[in-house]
Design a protein around this ligand. Structure first.
Ligand code: SAM
Length: 189
């Protein structure tokens, strides 16, 4: 799968930028948790999350790209992962379940959605009162890989969108040289 900037989403280069397992572990992803990957593509994080939550957990994944979802399904089968539920569709129209999720996760996707505010509002519906929103995305800087500078969200833009959607931002941090991670919780707990 090739995304913005022409790099393969499964590229080893990506693992040189950051450790995806450590990102999930540091979020608190453990066995038995419910994890929702929005804009999952062929499941780089979906598959890792499915291993982390194990047979007692569940991972929901949505992408509008049907071919990417087919690749994700094939990889899940190859890896004997049976705890993933996939959907082809728009994130703007996706609420898998209400107050069911421990985590709603976007990886390099929030800036891509046509209506990111609606997608965030959907996350709020899906998260448990104790749930965590996590947004890994490209820093708004010019570098050879990744999406065009103009469409990237700065950390501040992502934070403002989350606040508008009714989240309370918990943390903003750098993840490697090119990415940031914003975590947030519902402010109605
Ligand atoms: C840069 S890719 C990131 C994929 C994946 N999260 C990863 O880290 O490998 C962004 C993905 O978001 C998906 N996408 C963009 N807009 C979408 C929308 N409105 N609804 C669902 N998926 C969308 C694209 O099809 C693409 O697979």
């Amino acid at each position: 799968m090739v995304c913005h900037g022409g790099f393969s989403l499964d590229d080893a280069k990506r693992r040189a930028w950051y450790n995806p397992d450590a990102i999930l572990h540091d979020l608190g992803l453990r066995a038995g948790r419910v994890f929702i990957d929005v804009g999952c593509a062929d499941g780089f994080f979906t598959l890792l999350a499915a291993k982390a939550v194990g047979a007692t957990g569940i991972v929901y994944a949505v992408d509008r790209d049907a071919q990417a979802i087919e690749r994700l399904k094939a990889k899940a089968e190859q890896q004997n992962l049976y705890n993933i539920r996939v959907k082809v569709g728009a994130a703007e129209e996706t609420v898998f379940c209400t107050a069911c999720a421990d985590f709603v996760f976007y990886s390099m996707a929030l800036h891509d959605f046509e209506d990111p505010l609606q997608v965030l509002r959907n996350a709020k519906k899906m998260l448990k009162p104790t749930g965590m929103l996590a947004d890994l995305d490209w820093k708004k800087q010019r570098n050879a890989s990744g999406p065009p500078f103009e469409i990237r969200f700065s950390e501040q833009e992502a934070v403002e969108l989350m606040k508008t959607a009714g989240f309370m931002v918990v943390n903003v941090k750098d993840v490697g040289p090119y990415h940031y991670l914003v975590t947030a919780k519902s402010n109605e707990r």
